[in-house]
Design a protein around this ligand. Structure first.
Ligand code: EPS
Length: 377
């Protein structure tokens, strides 16, 4: 069974993760993880913190001679900013930011300093989750599964191009400062971020994730908590600031008749079952159906505003402006990378449930046997 925990605060010494359940025999180097960590750090709209950090992982356990040994994998990412914080006298934070965990967290844990909440609630934690996801991606690559993402909306600016993109188009997205394919919209998004920054405001948006070459049969309708769509939605929803998740046609399914929603089935000689459309986003009945898995996640604007909203000072009980902390104007491009990596974990979990395998070799054997079974149908 694959599982992981993260620990670490935004301005603490380091972020850590323990990932258990990766089979033995997977080649794994720190560099495989660092690639994903640096992808997460880029993106137009980030604040000064990203100039301080240069996230690099140290693999402390679970890997020998660059191969996993089935033991828990211990990962650590140092916070460079720790050096700037460790000897500083930090005044308590007392005016909760609307939209942040500040108020509910302070009440729940009986704190008087909101910093005890915001340090752990911070999206900095996603660096650890991306490190975990990077290991999972490495495993998925052994089965030819790849995961991409792109920004399709920032504020009101939308890129409404289709989702089935070519490798060349994914490369364009990878090099876009906002991770957007359409050049006109990319320019508009950048301008909008600049305007928000000028106004002391923040912006949200939508990212789209595509998981390609996922085999049919991951997840199940048999029980509520093993439905693949439910698990992916939970994984995406758990990313800081994500407020909605869609699969395939998403919310539009509610407005169309069945004849325009469901993907007709055909049989292509030599290839097997095929669909003309993919409105289901690659999942039917909680099970992957062999088509590309298409997900979207909507992110709210960052809760820390340079021009702060009204709040209450918890110390005085009087009206006050919400706390202003250094932060990002827009983190939607980073959210796409984070989303890819949390999806990678869930796909590995579902692959293992389907195939088992304590070693990569065993998992591959089981995969080949299963694919053979499907081909015979
Ligand atoms: C964050 C606030 C900012 C972001 C941070 C998330 O950090 P700081 O307060 O140090 O400027 O940059 O994101 C990261 C550090 C990161 O690595 O993504 C928040 O409050 O959630």
């Amino acid at each position: 069974m694959i599982r992981f925990l993260t620990s670490g605060e935004s301005h603490g010494q380091a972020l850590m993760a323990i990932l258990e359940g990766i089979p033995a025999g997977l080649e794994l180097k720190a560099e495989d993880i660092n690639i994903e960590l640096s992808r997460r750090q880029v993106g137009y709209g980030r604040g000064q913190r990203m100039q301080i950090e240069k996230d690099q992982v140290k693999i402390y356990s679970g890997v020998r001679d660059q191969y996993t040994i089935a033991a828990p994998i211990g990962l650590l990412i140092e916070n460079r900013d720790w050096e700037n914080w460790k000897d500083k006298k930090i005044p308590p934070v007392t005016a909760p930011r609307p939209g942040h965990a500040d108020l509910a967290g302070t009440l729940k844990y009986d704190f008087s300093d909101i910093r005890n909440v915001l340090e752990r609630a911070s999206a900095r934690e996603t660096a650890a989750r991306v490190a975990v996801g990077a290991v999972c991606r490495k495993l998925l690559r052994e089965f030819n599964i790849s995961i991409f993402s792109r920004t399709i909306q920032i504020g009101k600016i939308k890129d409404s191009s289709r989702w089935d993109l070519s490798a060349k188009e994914w490369a364009i997205i990878e090099n876009s400062p906002v991770r957007c394919l359409a050049k006109k919209e990319e320019g508009g998004m950048i301008k909008l971020i600049d305007q928000a920054k000028q106004a002391g405001d923040t912006l949200g948006g939508i990212v789209e994730i595509a998981a390609i070459n996922v085999p049919v049969g991951l997840g199940s309708y048999i029980q509520w908590d093993i439905k693949l769509d439910g698990r992916l939605a939970q994984a995406l929803m758990s990313i800081q600031a994500i407020k909605a998740v869609e699969i395939g046609l998403g919310t539009h399914v509610a407005e169309l008749p069945g004849s325009q929603v469901h993907d007709e089935i055909s049989l292509v000689k030599g290839k097997g079952f095929a669909r003309r459309t993919n409105n289901a986003g690659g999942i039917e009945g909680g099970i992957s159906n062999g088509e590309t898995i298409i997900l979207r996640a909507s992110m709210k604007p960052i809760a820390t505003l340079i021009k702060p909203l009204q709040s209450i000072d918890l110390k005085t009980g009087k009206a006050a402006k919400a706390t202003v902390e250094r932060s990002d104007v827009c983190a939607v491009p980073a959210a796409g990378v984070i989303a890819e990596n949390v999806v990678a974990f869930e796909l590995v979990r579902a692959m293992q449930e389907k195939l088992g395998g304590d070693s990569l070799r065993e998992m591959k054997r089981n995969y080949q046997g299963y694919m053979e079974q499907i081909r015979r149908k």
